[in-house]
Design a protein around this ligand. Structure first.
Ligand code: SF4
Length: 337
């Protein structure tokens, strides 16, 4: 692995919420001690069901949300509690591309204005130079300069997402957080945008943190993957090892729904359907947070919380992960209903 351009240590985000008629307060455990690192020019995917904390993680990284504790380092600089000056520097290091490009672009600003905004805010070049730079950026994402005077509603969904990507590139960030960047697009356009992101990664030396629930996409683009459940990472592995063997029962259930590329092996795998919903992040279960839905739970799982620890080539949060036969392959596991 190359030197990390992004390093997150023990990141916590708790939201206090009212919980009773007499001013009682509860805490939503959105993130609980998340650590990861992203190398230069690498793609790291964070996956999990809705409410697992992956979007909160993305928002903490680009400082749309203040973390409760923990640390974030970008290009070697600690940006956890930035001063006012440092806060202005952060967008030069990290940018975000959101799921819905229509919502992330100002409908009253032309495409040229939207892409030029970061350049203007960071005082890059004269007005004429910024216009030239906008044309270059649009060209690099496959859009014609004739679109510059248009408004977002005049563009297709794929074109709008390309504009959002061009805007994210404007000030030359090292890291781009891609928060479900293709899930709002037509299937035919999704592959084009993913190929564009791959090309831009090579051309600009970018590192990507992909937040997604699209497990096929993860297998195609990621160098490493972290699976999150109720605010915690339960498995973190290089993608090659993860493809070969999944070690956490939750990851196994999540990925059992993904079609296999190899048709010979596609039919020999059963989908694991977990029972119940994800528990409330206001009161995560005692012991292992996954025990209320885990097909392999034992008594210890209800009382003792497993640590995220090294098991061979990865990190796993499960009491039984040292057993090489655990969890059984889905072909032999009983289907859960
Ligand atoms: Fe399942 Fe127990 Fe492992 Fe948690 S610790 S994933 S409940 S087997």
């Amino acid at each position: 692995m190359s030197a990390p351009v992004l390093r997150v240590d023990e990141l916590v985000k708790h939201y206090p919420v009212p919980s009773g008629p007499f001013g009682e307060r509860s805490v939503v455990h959105a993130l609980d001690g998340v650590s990861l690192s992203l190398g230069e020019k690498e793609t790291f995917a964070v996956v999990g069901e809705s409410g697992c904390g992956k979007t909160t993680l993305a928002r903490c990284l680009v400082r749309l949300v203040e973390p409760t504790s923990g640390s974030i380092r970008l290009a070697g600089r600690n940006v956890t509690r930035p001063s006012r000056t440092e806060r202005r520097e952060i967008p030069r290091l990290i940018q975000i591309v959101f799921q819905d490009p229509y919502a992330s672009l100002n409908p009253r600003r032309t495409i040229a204005q939207s892409v030029a905004d970061p350049l203007r805010l960071h005082a890059r070049g004269s007005r004429a130079e910024r216009q030239d730079k906008v044309a270059d950026l649009l060209h690099s994402v496959g859009l014609r300069p004739e679109l510059m005077p248009r408004y977002p509603h005049e563009l297709s969904g794929g074109q709008r997402q390309r504009v959002a990507i061009a805007r994210a590139l404007a000030v030359g960030p090292r890291v781009i957080v891609c928060d479900e960047p293709v899930s709002a697009l037509d299937v035919s356009v999704q592959a084009q945008v993913i190929n564009l992101l791959k090309r831009l990664q090579l051309e600009h030396g970018l590192s990507y943190l992909f937040i997604t629930h699209d497990l096929r996409l993860v297998q195609n683009i990621a160098d490493a993957v972290a699976v999150m459940y109720l605010g915690e990472i339960v498995e973190l592995a290089p993608m090659r090892s993860f493809r070969a063997r999944i070690k956490h029962p939750y990851s196994q259930a999540l990925f059992s729904a993904t079609p296999r590329a190899d048709p010979e092996r596609a039919s020999d795998r059963r989908r694991i359907v977990l029972s119940g919903d994800v528990p409330s992040p206001i009161a995560p279960p005692r012991g292992c947070r996954f025990h209320t839905r885990c097909p392999y739970r034992q008594e210890i799982c209800e009382t003792a919380a497993p640590e995220l620890r090294v098991v061979a080539d990865r990190l796993v949060r499960c009491h039984f992960a040292d057993d090489p036969e655990f969890p059984p392959e889905p072909t032999t596991a009983p289907e859960q209903h």
